[in-house]
Write a protein of this length. Structure first.
Length: 444
């Protein structure tokens, strides 16, 4: 079933960007004689900690570009020193300290140290005071602070989510532009405007007060949702899923619910847990896709399902819920079906009716069409998919053509199905999906 949001992951499998090491990582590790075990450990730390280190550096120096440069310098120092000295017990703290010193060095090299040193000290004190004022409720998480800064109401709403995806999650401008169907140059301008607004308006890097949270919640939830969807079903690359992204999204979702237990925040957390519960069953050991109806449901994570379904009930009981809670309710219906044939498609189709009423997008329409096909037959679903494509919507969305191809296959229209599968294959970027589509073509 098509996902409700999508964007490309970071390109390539090498963790260190050329900017970080000023050259090829393999060449650098050879020159420095970095042991393979240390190299692997640094890769792991970069993958899991780099954006947290960056968020802390942004909070300390209040400058995105300076913090980014300091982050890369800190990891370059780690590559040089950790093979000799060993990986520290707290690598994140080591990297933050190294990055902070390198930021100061960068300011000194620029001839602005004397001018900015008092300001930097004042910034640190200001942030500390703001956090101390809410010590009873404070969540010690700099990435969450950075999310809220990027989603500040003073920033253009069209900029908030792209800025957060770039600065908090580390996606490239090109990847974000592809997600929003926007030219990279235009997206770059949006992100630059957002960073300038944070700097010029003095937007604080702190968890907002309770009465300020609701106005930022929608943007924060949108970011968490997008990050999870990319982790749940990567749009490009060698793997179907990215556990690092979905795990980070769930972690942030839990923090948001703790901070503001709004029904939609609860609903989003429920949705992520229910979807994550199926991760182990969604691919073969070789990484090939296993469709929902063919999955071994005994491998679904019963603990995540129980927690997710309880959260759905909690969100619905709040009496005010929206798109995330409805999607979670759909996922709960799937999770509650002992077998694929026992899935309550009538209920799922009705929930999609409700979702489409409050979130009338082509992708939601496509998901509803698949549910209608399961309830009323492939001809009914095909008519809905063709109506979407005839309007020009989702023409370049591979999952729309894949869904159409499957419905045509089920109707016995083999030639039409072949053409639709070929179109989907042309558009697909993810290797497991390309293998699946190729297999379907060969079966025809």
């Amino acid at each position: 079933m098509p996902q409700l949001a999508f964007f490309p992951p970071r390109a390539g499998s090498t963790i260190f960007a050329p900017r970080l090491l000023a050259g090829n990582w393999n060449e650098m590790s050879t020159v420095l004689s970095v042991p393979a075990a240390v190299r692997t450990r640094i890769d792991e730390i970069y993958r899991s900690e780099s954006r947290r280190v960056f968020a802390t550096l942004v909070r300390l120096v209040r400058d995105f570009d300076l913090a980014e440069e300091a982050l890369h310098e800190a990891f370059a120092a780690a590559v040089e020193r950790w093979p000799r000295e060993g990986v520290p017990d707290n690598p994140r703290a080591w990297l933050v300290s190294a990055g902070r010193f390198r930021a100061v060095d960068a300011i000194r090299r620029g001839g602005r140290f004397d001018e900015l040193q008092p300001e930097l000290a004042g910034r640190v004190a200001e942030v500390a005071a703001a956090n101390a004022a809410r010590a009873g409720q404070e969540i010690e998480d700099d990435r969450l602070r950075l999310v809220f800064a990027c989603c500040h109401p003073a920033i253009d709403p069209a900029v908030q989510v792209p800025l957060t995806l770039r600065e908090v999650c580390g996606l490239t401008t090109e990847e974000i532009a592809a997600a929003f169907l926007t030219a990279p140059a235009a997206m770059a301008q949006r992100i630059v405007r957002g960073k300038a607004k944070i700097r010029d308006a003095g937007i604080p890097f702190a968890i907002p007060a309770a009465d300020e949270l609701p106005e930022r919640l929608n943007s924060v939830l949108a970011v968490v949702y997008l990050v999870f969807n990319e982790g749940y079903s990567a749009t490009a690359g060698a793997a179907l899923t990215r556990a690092d992204l979905s795990g980070e999204a769930i972690r942030l979702g839990r923090l948001v619910v703790e901070l503001l237990p709004d029904p939609e925040a609860v609903g989003l957390l429920a949705l992520m847990l229910l979807q994550e519960s199926r991760r182990a069953a969604r691919t073969t050991p070789d990484g090939d896709i296993v469709l929902l109806e063919e999955q071994d449901r005994s491998t679904w994570d019963a603990g995540l399902i129980a927690e997710g379904r309880a959260l759905v009930e909690r969100a619905v009981a709040g009496g005010r819920f929206g798109a995330y809670t409805i999607q979670a309710a759909i996922a709960a219906v799937h999770a509650g079906a002992p077998t694929a044939t026992e899935t309550e498609w009538r209920r799922i189709a009705s929930l999609y009716d409700a979702l489409l009423a409050i979130n009338p997008t082509p992708v939601v329409e496509l998901n509803r069409a698949v549910a209608v096909a399961m309830r009323d037959g492939p001809a009914a679903g095909l008519a809905l998919v063709d109506a979407i494509l005839s309007r020009g919507d989702l023409a370049d969305y591979h999952l729309a053509h894949a869904a159409r191809a499957d419905l045509l296959r089920r109707l016995g229209r083999r030639d039409d199905a072949r053409a639709a599968y070929e179109r989907a294959l042309d558009l697909a970027k993810q290797e497991p999906e390309r293998r699946f589509l190729s297999k379907r073509l060969s079966q025809l």
